[in-house]
Design a protein around this ligand. Structure first.
Ligand code: ARG
Length: 402
């Protein structure tokens, strides 16, 4: 029978683990397939998910999508200066890929029913379900945590009753989501706007007090908007991001604390660690400012913002997004060059940038050259603000009318 199998998008955490017995007992599925997509989360978590799946008797798949994630998702975000309210959207951009990989496995197995562990309060339910429905329109999606309005206490009780190993989850107070692009820490009192986050929530970044007293200098080379090498060493996208996460994290770079407006309208405080993303976005902007025209830079800001909203919402296959990308990628053809930076005590400084596409001429800009004949500016200056000046005179004259 075709509908005897359900594919559960599985992280190994409490929410998704209780879904396993639930799918059998309450949703009537005989077989549960679990899929864990590796987008760069802690390898121990991936292993643990596989072990739990084994204990709970599912048909389990781990899909390594790290390189694809870095190349097609993280670097797409770099080209678009991807940012939502100051957040590089690490969790957001991973969801469409997770959905796509789950659909890939489902298609191979001929499964059309899915389950995920997203709550009804967050953004992930939108992103994951949109991804699955787009790529497999006749799929059936279950969201038990949302559908049953579950509480954590209920989940823990249910897990105990059904021999779901949760030792780990009980100890973990925080809800953590990790991938190459960043680490998000939520839950408990962390959502309160006025709660000081304890140092223990940070794992990728040192507190500024504990960073080295010596600065770290870096060279990042970009080709068509994509980072390709670090300190002269060519690396694959995932390797580059991993290496930079370590370097920047050690210097206390990439901690973010924002009040985030979620899709449902909830305003929630969020803590992130995004060391590599923070450095790459800053370096990329520095290079864009050297090679793009003033109008391109101004207009691209708007385009980037629109792109970021769609990326935040997980609308990865939306036509508006592809059309924005025509403009974005068109501009990126020239974003090739090198940026030198200094990392020190939580700060990134740009030391220099160079590109053969630079719209900079030493000869024109220098104080000492005469190529730019200053006398030619006289007429332009004289006529500058003509309409504003006319208005000012008229206002004096017809003041009574106003
Ligand atoms: N609020 C963020 C987003 O919507 C991150 C959510 C991450 N989830 C977590 N359990 N930490 O992209």
């Amino acid at each position: 029978m075709e509908n005897s199998k359900v594919l559960l998008v599985y992280s190994g955490g409490l929410d998704t683990s209780v879904c396993i017995p639930l799918m059998r007992q309450e949703y009537g599925y005989k077989n549960v397939v679990t899929v864990t997509v590796d987008v760069g989360q802690d390898p121990a978590d991936i292993q643990q998910a596989a072990e739990k799946a084994k204990i709970l008797g599912t048909e389990h798949y781990t899909v390594d999508a790290k390189e694809e994630f870095a190349k097609d998702f993280c670097f797409a975000a770099v080209r678009a200066n991807g940012d939502y309210q100051g957040y590089p959207m690490s969790t957001s951009i991973a969801r469409p890929l997770i959905a796509a990989k789950a659909v890939e496995v489902a298609k191979k197995l001929g499964v059309k029913a899915f389950a995920h562990g997203c709550t009804g309060k967050g953004n992930d339910q939108f992103r994951i379900e949109f991804g699955i429905r787009t790529l497999l329109p006749d799929s059936l999606i279950h969201a038990p945590v949302r559908e049953r309005n579950m509480t954590r206490t209920w989940e823990i009780e249910y897990a105990k009753k059904n021999n779901v190993p949760i030792q780990q989850s009980l100890e973990k107070i925080w809800s953590i989501d990790e991938n190459l692009w960043g680490r998000s820490i939520e839950g408990g009192r962390l959502e309160e706007p006025d709660f000081t986050p304890p140092e223990e929530i940070f794992q990728w970044t040192r507190s500024v007090e504990k960073t080295p007293d010596k600065s770290t200098e870096l060279k990042i080379q970009f080709k068509k908007g994509n980072p390709v090498s670090l300190n002269g060493e060519y690396l694959t996208p995932a390797q580059l991001v991993l290496k930079l996460n370590a370097l920047a994290g050690e210097n206390g770079i990439g901690r973010l604390d924002i009040m985030e407006d979620r899709m449902m309208g909830l305003k929630v405080r969020e803590n992130y660690e995004c060391p590599a993303a923070t450095v790459l976005l800053k370096a990329h902007k520095a290079l864009e400012n050297l090679v793009l025209t003033r109008d391109e830079i101004r207009f691209k800001k708007t385009v980037d913002q629109e792109w970021s909203k769609l990326a935040y919402e997980g609308l990865w296959w939306d036509p508006f997004k592809s059309n924005l990308e025509f403009f974005i990628n068109g501009t990126q053809e020239r974003v090739t060059g090198e940026v030198r930076l200094k990392l020190y005590k939580g700060q990134i400084s740009i030391l220099g940038r160079q590109s053969h596409w630079a719209l900079y001429s030493e000869d024109l800009a220098s104080f000492d050259s005469t190529t730019f004949d200053q006398r030619e500016s006289t007429g332009a200056v004289k006529n500058f603000g003509m309409q504003s000046r006319m208005y000012f005179q008229l206002k004096e004259k017809y003041q009574k009318e106003l």
